[in-house]
Structure formats: structure tokens, C-alpha cells
Write a protein that binds this ligand. Structure first.
Ligand SMILES: [Zn+2]
Length: 64
């Protein structure tokens, strides 16, 4: 099973669309990935909805 998936997200800092490669083999997870445009750390959350679809949520570091 291929759990690697490419997604586009919008950077919460600069608003640019960037491509990230998601490894969903660990299930629900959150991690930090630096924006390829402005190099600031984006908080990325991976989850699953009730139909088993991948959810990707991004937020900036300060919005907790
Ligand atoms: Zn950015």
C-alpha cells in the first residue's frame, strides 16, 4: 500500500501554495514543516475523517 501522497497546502504565513509529501503510514500525526517560500515553520496535522479520507490541516506556530 502506498501511503505517500502529495498535497498542496496554503502557507499560513505567506499564503503561497506549496507542495508537501505526506506519509500517512503512522496514522494521526502532527509535525512541523518549513515553508518552501518563506521558510517559516508550518504546523501540519494529519488525520482521518469518518470515511477514512485523509485530512490535512495547517496552522501557524502561534495559533494554539
Ligand atoms: Zn510561507
Amino acid at each position: 500500500m502506498n501511503t505517500l501522497e502529495e498535497r498542496s497546502i496554503d502557507c499560513p504565513y505567506c499564503g503561497e501554495e506549496i507542495e508537501i509529501l505526506i506519509d500517512f503510514s503512522f496514522g494521526e500525526e502532527s509535525y512541523i514543516e518549513d515553508c518552501q517560500v518563506c521558510c517559516r515553520p508550518i504546523d501540519i496535522y494529519l488525520g482521518e475523517d469518518e470515511r477514512g479520507e485523509l485530512i490535512v490541516r495547517v496552522s501557524d506556530e502561534n495559533s494554539v
